[in-house]
Design a protein around this ligand. Structure first.
Ligand code: BTN
Length: 259
């Protein structure tokens, strides 16, 4: 079986991301721990298992003991509250780059927050923001399926793990270090106003594909064209008009499968 995360091995080559690491063997949700406590900028909260792991749109994030990565990065950026959701896109690019580098498999992003390969999801990102009087606090929660050998029936069709994709077990600490390094680089570019839109679009699997978006219970069929500077998905509807979709209330599926 697998070991607990060894925090001594979490040593990314970064200036501030994951320089401080708080580790739990078991916790409700690393995002909740990050929200409910005061941590310095860049702190990484990590758990070997979560009992109430949270996904987007109120879904559960199944957090099997020691097989996956369940982590949250605490940030106190000097940005307006509306821009906090862009951190999801930054994290998506970073996880994609880190996993592609380590595993030699081309990972892609399914807008807005899923990292996918071979038609299935391997990672999800949940960014939460808190508006404090001083400055906003953002929590970027990242769940990566690493060494899971199988998934429950309800997840099997759409979830996969790095083990299932590569037939190899991976040290979670190595992946955490790489993700932290990629995240710090992309985050600093973002804070420095360097455009990341093109990079995101080149990794986004939806672009130029037909999608079905469920917006507040209503389905629309459209083709994804790109993203706006605010991270909305630009789609062309069947009647030829375009629409910018905000990630808050929407789930997007490909018309032939998960994407
Ligand atoms: C999604 O795909 O819906 C987002 C999943 C995010 C899961 C991660 S695991 C670490 C952090 N803690 C949580 O409770 N959720 C995020």
């Amino acid at each position: 079986m697998f070991n607990n995360i060894d925090i001594k091995k979490i040593k990314p080559s970064t200036a501030f991301i994951a320089k401080k690491v708080v580790h739990f063997e078991k916790v409700g949700s690393t995002n909740d721990v990050a929200k409910e406590n005061t941590y310095e900028d860049g702190t990484l909260i990590i758990a070997d298992t979560q009992t109430t792991g949270k996904g987007r749109l109120g879904r559960e994030w199944v957090s099997e003991n020691k097989s996956g990565i369940y982590m949250s990065i605490v940030l106190t950026p000097e940005i307006s509250a509306e821009k906090i959701s862009l951190l999801t896109l930054i994290a998506g690019i970073s996880v994609c780059e880190a996993l592609t580098d380590i595993c030699n498999i081309p990972f892609k992003i399914k807008w807005p927050n899923d990292i996918v390969a071979d038609g299935k999801k391997v990672c999800g990102i949940l960014t939460e923001g808190i508006i404090l009087p001083e400055k906003p606090k953002a929590i970027v929660g990242i769940g990566i399926n690493v060494n899971q050998k199988s998934f429950a029936d309800d997840l099997r069709e759409k979830a996969t793990s790095i083990y299932l994709l590569s037939n190899k077990n991976f040290d979670r600490e190595i992946i955490i270090n790489k993700v932290a390094e990629a995240f710090e680089k992309n985050y600093m570019d973002f804070i420095g106003n360097k455009p990341l839109k093109k990079k995101y679009e080149s990794l986004c699997v939806n672009i130029d594909r037909k999608i079905t978006a469920t917006i507040n219970g209503t389905q629309i069929n459209a083709t994804a064209m790109g993203i706006t500077n605010n991270g909305e998905l630009i789609v062309k509807k069947e009647d030829g008009t375009t629409l910018n979709i905000n990630s808050g209330e929407v789930s997007v599926r490909g018309i032939y499968g998960y994407y």
